[in-house]
Design a protein around this ligand. Structure first.
Ligand SMILES: [Zn+2]
Length: 259
């Protein structure tokens, strides 16, 4: 990830002091893109990427990849366009459409982003799908999975003992699939919305579509009688829509400059 995106005071201090190395594990603070919010990071990017890759393999082993090549290509092409527009560097992005009717999408450290086929019934246009993809890209660039794991007592204990391994991979899989207790904080969700609007606008997708996307999500929830997975980890569509409306004045000029 670009040094301009994530600030690492310890690493910077080492460089300033003339030391010729950057520690492999840097625990400390980081700063989220777009919002500039300070974050607690106990997990290095290298650790997180390794854990993300393991969780990704586990999910791929358990969930079939969609055989609809047109839809698969669409998700990849749009995801890569948004990832490029984020300006984040050094991330090995991968976008995969999974065959799963549960309307869910998720992000793992290292730029692994999954969209379930059921989400395409809610994200019905390119701009609406871009809202979902840009939100997930926002989670990755802001390193929300690492931040969430840094706040987990179990991970903190593991960090102090033999290192993080299966426990962390399991937590990431739970976070992604919406099965476990671990989900992003409300602040992280609002931040991914805000970052996502910015990135989709830069990529030339209309950020106004975020409103329709969340309205579709709310309607699907009402119809199902219980929240789909994505909503159980992404609460309060009405509240989000208010925040998105407020952010539109800032991002619509960006969109207009990029179409
Ligand atoms: Zn989210």
């Amino acid at each position: 990830m670009a040094a301009a995106v994530i600030r690492r005071p310890l690493a910077r201090a080492a460089v300033l002091a003339g030391l010729a190395f950057v520690p492999a594990v840097v625990a400390g603070c980081a700063q989220a893109p777009v919002t500039g919010r300070e974050q607690l990071m106990l997990i290095s990017e290298e650790q997180a990427n390794q854990l993300g890759a393991e969780a990704w393999q586990q999910i791929k082993a358990e969930t079939p990849v969609s055989q609809d090549s047109a839809a698969q290509n669409r998700v990849q092409r749009m995801g890569e366009r948004i990832a490029a527009a984020s300006g984040a560097e050094g991330i090995d992005w991968e976008f995969v459409l999974f065959e799963d009717e549960t309307p869910n999408a998720f992000a793992l450290p290292g730029g692994k982003i999954g969209v379930n086929s059921g989400m395409l019934k809610i994200a019905r246009t390119d701009d609406q799908l871009a809202t979902v993809l840009a939100h997930e890209v926002g989670h990755v660039v802001a390193r929300h999975p690492s931040e969430q794991m840094s706040q987990s007592a179990a991970i903190q204990t593991a960090l102090g003992a033999s290192g993080i391994g299966d426990e962390a991979v399991g937590q990431l899989v739970q976070m992604a699939t919406g099965v476990g207790q671990l989900s992003f904080s409300r602040a992280a969700e609002a931040e991914a919305d805000r970052i996502g609007l910015q990135y989709m606008a830069r990529a030339g997708y209309n950020p106004e579509a975020a409103i329709a996307l969340w309205q579709n999500m709310a309607a699907a929830t009402a119809e199902a009688g219980q929240p789909p997975e994505f909503l159980s980890t992404h609460p309060n569509p009405e509240h989000r829509i208010e925040n998105i409306r407020a952010a539109l004045t800032e991002v619509m000029p960006v969109y207009r400059a990029n179409i």
